[in-house]
Design a protein around this ligand. Structure first.
Ligand SMILES: NC(=O)c1ccc[n+]([C@@H]2O[C@H](COP(=O)([O-])OP(=O)(O)OC[C@H]3O[C@@H](n4cnc5c(N)ncnc54)[C@H](O)[C@@H]3O)[C@@H](O)[C@H]2O)c1
Ligand SMILES: CC(C)(O)[C@@H](O)C(=O)O
Ligand SMILES: [Mg+2]
Ligand SMILES: [Mg+2]
Length: 347
């Protein structure tokens, strides 16, 4: 493992130089990798592994998503199967159903987890909250995770562009004595940039916090608050949306991504720098209690409980869609649709 200094803290990480694709392919050459579920991570991971030359099959129940798998080039009876058939054929079972659906399918998956196989997750959820999920793997299989730190859609897009999304990996159970190599080889195979090690508990607590926090929940909250204040003070939707969202995603975040926050600041006016340097700390102080509340709720298992309860209801998709629609139909995001339609590259 390469020792890298992350802001003063040394960590050991796995890079693609140290564990090249050829080594991963060689290590997994006798495995049948069965990707169970073809929602968001399923396509990203399975297509990347297929293009990387791994022996991959997909297990998906019949319906719209199965049809999408066919359109993506998976061949029924050869590389695309009903879930149980894929479970039987697979030696590494990638359990990529939604976390709530994993509970329902677990008794079926367990039946096919014979000695020597491996159970692969992309989240620490099912195993960490085993009291609520009932997911307790048999002792004679390897259990590990590779968790891409981003959407499966980005995992695929970045792979196609020759980039890599970073992933964490963790070993929960090493029955074969080669779980670690198996996990790392899978991490390289799905198209990770570099891999950092964690454990199932830390993966799930950080992940649930991040997506509820800055990555998804907090960002929408802070956008909505600023947009509302601008609108309440007589600014037009165009002005409010550009000053809240469009400039961030189109101009400033790419600069942060490229070279960090100070570099983005340095490419703005000294007027903006003065103001941002004065105001970031009050924003930190105002939101930190909410982040603490969030982390504590995750730690107490409440967020897992809400997720399981709500996403196990028979109409959970319709309910999520209703709430997404509410966001989509808010003035801010309708303004966003109009703003995006005016981007020159869209014409
Ligand atoms: N979405 C992401 O980009 C992302 C990122 C990192 C980690 N993860 C993790 O990866 C795993 C998969 O997440 P996802 O978002 O790709 O899943 P998803 O919600 O897109 O669902 C995946 C599949 O589950 C199938 N499914 C749902 N209910 C089922 C049932 N009862 N029986 C059989 N099949 C059923 C669907 O047909 C779909 O193919 C989860 O553990 C998630 O936390 C997801
Ligand atoms: C893509 C995310 C938010 O990182 C993932 O954690 C998820 O649950 O979809
Ligand atoms: Mg998540
Ligand atoms: Mg995540």
């Amino acid at each position: 493992m390469a020792k890298i200094n992350f802001g003063g803290v040394e960590e050991e990480v796995v890079t693609r130089e140290e564990f090249p694709l050829e080594k991963a392919r060689e290590f997994l050459k006798d495995e049948v990798i069965a990707v169970i579920g073809y929602g968001v991570q399923g396509p990203g991971q399975s297509l990347n592994m297929r293009d990387n030359g791994f022996n991959v099959i997909v297990g998906q129940r019949k319906g719209k998503t199965y049809d999408k798998a066919v359109r993506d080039g998976w061949v029924p009876g050869e590389t695309l199967f009903e879930i149980e058939e894929a479970l039987e054929k697979g030696t590494i079972i990638c359990f990529l159903l939604s976390d709530a659906a994993q509970i329902e399918l677990w008794p079926t998956v367990k039946k096919y987890l014979t000695a020597g196989k491996a159970l692969y997750f992309s989240h620490g959820f099912g195993v960490t909250y085993k009291d609520q999920t009932g997911i307790i793997p048999p002792d004679d299989v390897d259990v590990f995770l590779v968790a891409p730190k981003g959407s499966g859609t980005s995992l695929r897009r970045m792979f196609v562009e020759g980039k890599g999304l970073n992933s964490s990996f963790a070993i929960y159970q090493d029955a074969s004595g080669k779980a670690r190599q198996r996990a790392i080889a899978m991490g390289i195979g799905v198209g990770s940039g570099y891999l950092f090690e964690t454990n199932f508990y830390k993966e799930v607590t950080s992940d649930l916090t991040g997506e509820r926090g800055t990555l998804m929940g907090a960002i929408q909250g802070i956008f909505a608050a600023q947009y509302d204040v601008l609108r309440a003070n007589g600014h037009s939707p165009s002005e409010a949306f550009n000053e809240t969202v469009e400039e961030l995603t189109q101009s400033l975040m790419p600069l942060v991504a490229e070279n960090g926050m100070d570099w983005m600041y340095a490419n703005c006016s000294t007027t903006a720098q003065r103001g941002a340097l004065d105001w970031w700390k009050p924003f930190r102080d105002a939101t930190k209690p909410v982040f603490e509340q969030l982390y504590n709720s995750v730690k107490a298992g409440e967020q897992a409980n809400i997720s399981i309860t709500r996403n196990s209801q028979s109409d959970y998709r319709e309910k999520l869609e209703e709430e997404l629609k509410e966001l989509r139909e808010s003035e801010m995001w309708r303004a966003g649709t109009a703003v995006r339609s005016l981007r020159p590259e869209r014409n």
